[in-house]
Design a protein around this ligand. Sequence first.
Ligand code: ZN
Length: 94
Amino acid sequence: MPNCYFCEKEPREYWGGYWCEGCRKIKNLANVYGFDRVLTILTECCIRNEDQLEKKILARQGKELNPKITDEKTEFYLRRKSDRIKENKENNNK
Ligand SMILES: [Zn+2]
């Protein structure tokens, strides 16, 4: 079976087709939500800049050194201090 035209790795679903199973699902999602929307989601959510990557690496290293650090705590401390203060004020006003 020849390879998928999109990912160029997986075999195509069937002889007359162009896509593998996974890529066809991606294509179907893009047909439903729109290719521009899917591209925006991929760009905004999956592509991280150097600063974001560095924070993620530091967070992982911190967790390895201290197993008591949970993902929630890590996310909390990685958020900007001003955001945390604002969030705490909102919680106190409830
Ligand atoms: Zn594919």
